[in-house]
Structures are given as structure tokens and as C-alpha cells.
Design a protein around this ligand. Structure first.
Ligand code: BGC
Length: 520
């Protein structure tokens, strides 16, 4: 297998003698294919906001919402769009994904990462077909739940797959490709909505919902060709296969150091009967458990999905017409994709912490700016009829800077960081906790945002800014750097950390490094 041209070992790693290998084309292609899993999640995030603002869709499935909007003559901009039933349609997907992620944990551990991805793609495809053909609201909801199950499986398995398969000092780069696919999915969905809303006859929403099947087909086909990760193969007793695969993906014969670490991790893992009981009860997993809960919680409390779900509505509120609002959503979508590329280039060079901290400060500044602008113009009454163009453009610019800050920090790293910190024995369970917490707070933000805007007014942006301060402080004090550390040796970051080391004195299983089996 030909290498892409530079050796993995010693390029950026702390220990140049560790894990020799090349970045092979095989591993690059495999990782790109797997990252496609992000598309299905992104497409869903982007599609529902636009579809629910299409009048023919509302008239067919949510006639009361449609008529309320038509008859609404109030000028209070903060309270214009509050409709629980409509947001329930959007957010039901995230509840289904939450539940599914726990089932995905067992499947991912027992049958491998690849099967979970394939299953997720299949269920998602069925959901997309039912949604496109919907003639009744029940079909919409069933379709949405199936999409959610697909997302739960994909988000549980794909980040783990990417982190295990990547050479350790490229793990950031490849894992962030998952987020890149999420952002591309969101952008494509926004563009589709923009064009399909113009289709005469008002059936454009069917295309918007049905085309979700395309990313599903891509992930199903790709997962047919993917091999499972060496870590998962070893975990399931297929050691020889894992060894052959490691040689192939690293492009060298000498894979003993990496293979030994995986074996040691598997031996540790075998001492653990029940990963769920362990992750919640054993002190030595406390740092990993705390991260698996707080990272997705903080990621959602940045308030990013207010922009992703409601950008067209928000832009309408600040004075753009329908068309210009959808177009502005496309602009923030483009910024989201481009800024994610920064993280692809720098997560393994500057490290996770630098990006987390810079992104946090940037989001904070521009959230406060948006709050100040909206507060100045709308006041507490929200009674505005006419707003100048320059004002709307300034708000869009601030939102773009905020989105960029998220897109190279908490966006990609919110998926990367948890996927690389769990020890093998609790990896699958830990990732399920991460997905479930993420989906729960995505659901909550989607469900309560419009109501909160109505009561908290421009203060809502200050509310999210408060959490951005908290998460940035948390990162500064409690999140150790993980760049360039092999995934099966991650326990050392906790043992060396000023705070977390107190939990690492009595490991429930032997530490990997001590347990290493020498190969002859
Ligand atoms: C988050 C999503 C968000 C997206 C925006 C993802 O990392 O999990 O909730 O909508 O980024 O790009």
C-alpha cells in the first residue's frame, strides 16, 4: 500500500519512536467515506427550519399554525413565531436519536462500528421515503422518528470509527471531517429549501424532505466497503484480522507497538463486565463521565442551534423579506463550512485547548454584540415595524463571526474530544452518553427557544453568553490537551492533570502501559 508521502511517526507526536507508519491512501479514503455519516445529521438540522416556513407545508399539516400566522397583526417581534406543535415536529427527531443511541451502544460494541453505521443509514433512508410521501401528520412524525433513530446510530458509531481508525497524530484532522460533513449537510439543506420553496404547486417540501435519502444511500454504500476498526476487531476476538488490517492502514510491517496497546486495552476491557455500571460507579472513570456529560451540554448551550434551526425566522424578525432571510441563512451556512476547515488544519497542530478557548472568547464577544444591537433597536417591548437595512446587515455580520467561532471550536471538538478520551472498555457506552446528552439539549433548545425569546427578549443572547463564559473557564481549568496522544494511552492525561489525578489512584483495571503484552 503506497503512502501519501510522509511518515506518521515523529511528525507532530510527543514520542517520535511511537507507532511507526504512513498516512496511506487506504486509510484516507476509508476515513472520508465514514465521515459521510455526518451528512445525514447535518441535512436534518438544516432542512426542518426552512420546510416549516413554507406556507403550503404549514397549510397542509399545521393549518392552525398557518392561519394564526396569516391573521397575526401584532408588532411584538419577539413573540411572533411561538408554536409548540411546530417545534415538536422539528425536535421529535432528537428525542428518537437520544433513545436510539443507547441501543446503538450495544450494537457498536458487539457487532462493530461499521454495522451500526450501515443500520443507521438504512433506517434513515426509510424515514426519508415516508416523509417525502407524507399525506398525514402521523406519517411526518413516524418518518421523523425513523430519521432520529438513524442519526442516533450514526452519531454514536462514526466519531468512534474515525478516532480509532486514524493515525493518532491525524486524529483531529480526520475526526473533524465528521463535523465538516455535518456543516455541508446543513448548507445543502439550506440551499435546497431556498430553491424548492419557489417550486410552483407548493410541493417543494416533498423534495426537501425526500432528498435526505441521498446522504443515507451514500453512507449505506460506503459502509459496505469499509473494514471495521482494529480496536473493535481485537475487542471481538479477531486478532489476526486486526493485525493484517493495521499493517494495511498504517502502510508498514512493524505495527507491534500500536497492536500491543490495543491488546492491552482489550485485556483491561475484559476485566470489566458491565461498562454501564463501571462508567457510572467507578471513580477512575469520573473524569471521562464528566466530560461525556458536560461537553455536549456546553456545545448545545452555546445557542448554536438557535441560528441553525431558526436563522430564516430570526432574519425575518430583524427586517429581511422571506427571500433575503433564506439567503442570509445560506450565508451563515457557508461561513460554517469554511470555518470548520480551520479546525481540520489546526486541531492537531495548535491542539484542542487553543481552539476551544479562542472559539469561546470569539462567541462571547459576538453574542454580546447581537444582544446589544437587538436590545438597542427592539427594546423590551419588541414593538418595531421598520428597521434600517444597515442594521440587519450588521446583525448578520456579527452572527457570522459567532458561527465561525463555534465552527472551529465547540462544533467539531464537541464530537472529537469525547470520542478520543474513553478507554476501550467504556468507549461505546461513553459515546452513547455523549450522543444522548447532546440530543437531549438539542431537543430542549429547539423546543423552548421561541418561547424563551418571547419572555427573555434580547436577554436570551446574554443567557447563552453566560454559558459560553462557564464553558471557557471549564476548558481552561479542567480539560487536558489530547492532541498527539494515542487513543489507547489516553488515561495518562488524567493521571497527569492537577485536578483529575485524584480520581486515578485506584484504577478499576490495570493501566494499559503496565499491562502491555510483549509480542514475540
Ligand atoms: C452540533 C449541532 C449543530 C452543528 C452546527 C454540531 O456539532 O452537534 O447541534 O447544529 O454542529 O454546525
Amino acid at each position: 500500500m503506497g503512502g501519501v508521502g510522509f511518515a506518521v511517526s515523529g511528525r507532530r507526536g510527543d514520542d517520535p519512536t511511537q507507532y511507526p507508519g504512513k498516512l496511506t491512501w487506504y486509510v484516507v479514503m476509508t476515513l472520508m467515506a465514514a465521515a459521510m455519516g455526518g451528512l445525514i445529521f447535518g441535512y436534518d438540522i438544516g432542512i426542518s427550519g426552512g420546510v416549516t416556513s413554507m406556507a403550503p407545508f404549514l397549510e397542509k399539516f399545521f393549518p392552525s399554525v398557518y392561519h394564526n400566522q396569516m391573521d397575526d397583526t401584532s408588532t411584538n417581534q419577539y413573540c411572533k413565531f411561538d408554536s409548540q406543535i411546530l417545534t415538536l415536529f422539528t425536535s421529535s427527531l432528537y428525542l428518537a436519536a437520544l433513545v436510539a443511541s443507547f441501543f446503538a451502544s450495544t450494537m457498536t460494541k458487539k457487532f462493530g462500528r461499521r454495522k451500526s453505521m450501515m443500520f443507521g443509514g438504512l433506517i434513515f433512508l426509510v424515514g426519508a421515503i415516508i416523509n417525502a410521501a407524507a399525506v398525514h401528520i402521523s406519517m411526518l412524525i413516524i418518518g421523523r422518528v425513523l430519521l432520529g433513530i438513524g442519526v442516533g446510530f450514526a452519531n454514536q458509531s462514526v466519531p468512534l470509527y474515525l478516532s480509532e481508525m486514524s493515525p493518532y497524530n491525524y486524529r483531529g484532522t480526520f475526526n473533524v471531517c465528521f463535523q465538516l460533513m455535518i456543516t455541508i449537510g446543513i448548507l445543502v439543506a439550506n440551499l435546497f429549501n431556498y430553491f424548492f420553496a419557489k417550486i410552483e404547486g407548493g410541493w417543494g417540501w416533498r423534495l426537501s424532505l425526500g432528498l435526505a435519502g441521498v446522504p443515507a444511500i451514500i453512507i449505506i454504500i460506503s459502509s459496505f466497503f469499509l473494514s471495521d476498526t482494529p480496536n473493535s476487531l481485537v475487542d471481538r476476538g479477531r486478532e489476526e484480522e486486526a493485525k493484517t488490517l493495521l499493517k494495511r492502514i498504517r502502510g508498514v510491517e512493524n505495527i507491534d507497538a500500536e497492536f500491543n496497546d490495543i491488546l492491552a486495552a482489550r485485556n483491561d476491557a475484559r476485566l470489566v463486565q458491565n461498562p454501564w455500571q463501571n462508567i457510572f460507579k467507578s471513580r477512575c472513570y469520573r473524569p471521562q463521565l464528566v466530560m461525556s456529560i458536560l461537553i455536549p451540554f456546553f456545545q448545545q448551550l452555546t445557542g448554536i442551534n438557535v441560528i441553525m434551526f431558526y436563522a430564516p425566522v430570526l432574519f425575518k424578525t430583524i427586517g429581511f423579506g422571506s427571500d433575503a432571510s433564506l439567503m442570509s441563512a445560506v450565508i451563515t451556512g457557508v461561513i460554517n463550512v469554511l470555518a470548520t476547515c480551520v479546525s481540520i488544519g489546526f486541531a492537531d497542530r495548535w491542539g484542542r485547548r487553543t481552539l476551544f478557548l479562542e472559539g469561546g472568547v470569539q462567541m462571547l464577544i459576538f453574542q454580546i454584540a447581537v444582544a446589544a444591537l437587538i436590545g438597542a433597536k427592539f427594546g423590551v417591548t419588541g414593538d418595531v415595524t421598520e428597521l434600517p437595512k444597515w442594521f440587519a446587515i450588521l446583525v448578520v455580520i456579527c452572527i457570522c463571526f459567532y458561527v465561525a467561532g463555534f465552527a472551529w471550536s465547540w462544533g467539531p471538538l464537541g464530537w472529537l474530544y469525547p470520542s478520543e478520551i474513553f478507554s476501550l472498555e467504556i468507549r461505546s457506552a461513553g459515546q452513547s452518553v455523549n450522543v444522548a446528552v447532546n440530543m437531549f439539549f438539542t431537543f430542549l433548545v429547539a423546543q423552548v427557544f421561541l418561547g424563551m425569546l418571547c419572555t427573555m427578549k434580547f436577554g436570551l443572547f446574554i443567557f447563552f453568553a453566560f454559558f459560553v463564559v462557564l464553558m471557557t473557564l471549564f476548558c481552561y481549568f479542567f480539560m487536558p490537551e489530547t492532541k498527539n496522544i494515542p487513543i489507547e494511552e489516553m488515561t495518562r492525561v488524567w493521571r497527569d492533570h492537577w485536578f483529575w489525578k485524584r480520581f486515578m489512584d485506584q484504577p478499576v483495571t490495570g493501566a494499559n502501559e503496565m499491562n502491555r503484552i510483549e509480542l514475540v
